[in-house]
Structures are given as structure tokens and as C-alpha cells.
Design a binder for this molecule. Sequence first.
Ligand code: BTN
Length: 250
Amino acid sequence: MTHVRTLVLDEVESTQAVARTHAAMGAPEIMAILSFNQTSGRGRQGRAWVSPAGKNIALSLLLRPFVQPQQGALLGLLASVSVAETLAALGLDTGLKWPNDVLCGEGKIAGVLSEASIRSNRLEHVIVGVGVNVNTSPEEFPPLLRAPATSVYMETGRLQDVEIIAEALIQRFTQLYEQALEDDLALVASLWEQRWVHKGRLVRRPDACGTAEHIDPSGALILRDETGKLIRITSGEAEIVEKIDSGEHD
Ligand code: BTN
């Protein structure tokens, strides 16, 4: 397995920005930037990612895979699988929500932000940013969160060593990344789907509504609408409306 160069920093604005600087300087893959505090952490859809200092994982992975630009989204999915597996090894019951959220029960325990640099239809690099709530207490989450959040501490009742979990996560990601690139990228969607908690549920967005059917080989979400037509979703979020009533009741 490739040795991953890991830069560990006490405080940064955002590990994504640090990774972008290293990408511009020509850093080879795989480089990991880990910080214990971000003063301006970024989340998906232009949102902020807020995390109390010293308690959680803020990690960015700089990757330069030889894959098609449209396959770049698979790396974010792979990161969420790696987080789910790393936390499962600590005894947590983890699941995935499309595209990249890691859940524990109803609560979000980790999020992934994937940023691709594409030039002349070639994928130059991808920076996969991973935020994992490790030692956050319930009162430390910002009020008015969009969705319930949780942490490893809240799930296990024990404070954890952030750096040890981060190392295990980097190692698991690297193993899966190399395996997927060597064998078959289809591995990513199949591993992801095994932990998908919303398969078969109704998804409603302003532009589409349908039952969550599967994840295609490039990581897109495939819905089936009420006429039976398949709809391919490649960006944004997928909020679950309700369980489909199968007609069977306990
Ligand atoms: C989400 O909105 O769910 C994605 C959150 C991603 C947060 C991580 S923390 C490490 C990296 N640096 C950032 O500024 N954001 C990502």
C-alpha cells in the first residue's frame, strides 16, 4: 500500500484550502492534511462546517487518479464508505445517505465535501474533505442545524483519540482507493450501496420525485418516478419524504 504523506496541523482556516495550495505546488498523491481546528470550515452547498476546536477530525485528501472526470464523484462516495467502515470497527452502527453523509441512527456523524479540478476534460486532481464528529458533546453543536447530528462520543459514551481514528480512516481509504483503481471502480458504488439506508424510500426534490432505486457506476442516484421512468441525479441533496407503504403492517 502506498505510504500516505500526512501533514498534521493544529489550526487552519480550512484543510481544503491547504490541500489546494499543495495541489498547485505539484504535490503528488496521496497527500493527507489533518487539522484539529478549522476557523473557516466549508460544507457542501456553500454551507459552513462548524466544529469545536480540538475535538473532531478535519481531513482533506489530495488525489490524482487516472479516471474520467465524470468518475470523480466516486471518490467522495469512497470516503464516506471508509468513514462508515472505520466507525463500524469502533462498534457504531453506521449508514450512508446520498451522496456522502455518514449517519448513525438518525444523526449525521460525518460529512464529505469533494472538489474536483478539471482541465481540458482531464481530471487534474480531486480534494476529498472529510469532517467526522468524534468528541463533540450535544450542547456543542450549533443551534438550528438542518438535520440531527451525533458524534462518536455521544454514541459510545467514551472520549476517543482523534488522531488514532484519523490514521485508521486514512489507511482504510487508501486500501479501498488502490483496490478500486487496480481492480474495478464499480467496487465503490457496490460498497456504498451496501450501507445505504434510504434504498426504496421516496425522495422529493424541486426537480424530481421518485423511489430511490440504485446508485449507478459513476455514483449518480437513480430514482424511479410514478410512471416507471428512471431519473438520474448527479448533484445536490436527496431528502427522504416518507417510507413507501407496502400495505403490510405489524
Ligand atoms: C458536508 O457539508 O456535509 C461536508 C462537510 C465537510 C467538512 C470537511 S472538514 C475537512 C474539510 N475542510 C473543510 O473546510 N471542509 C471539509
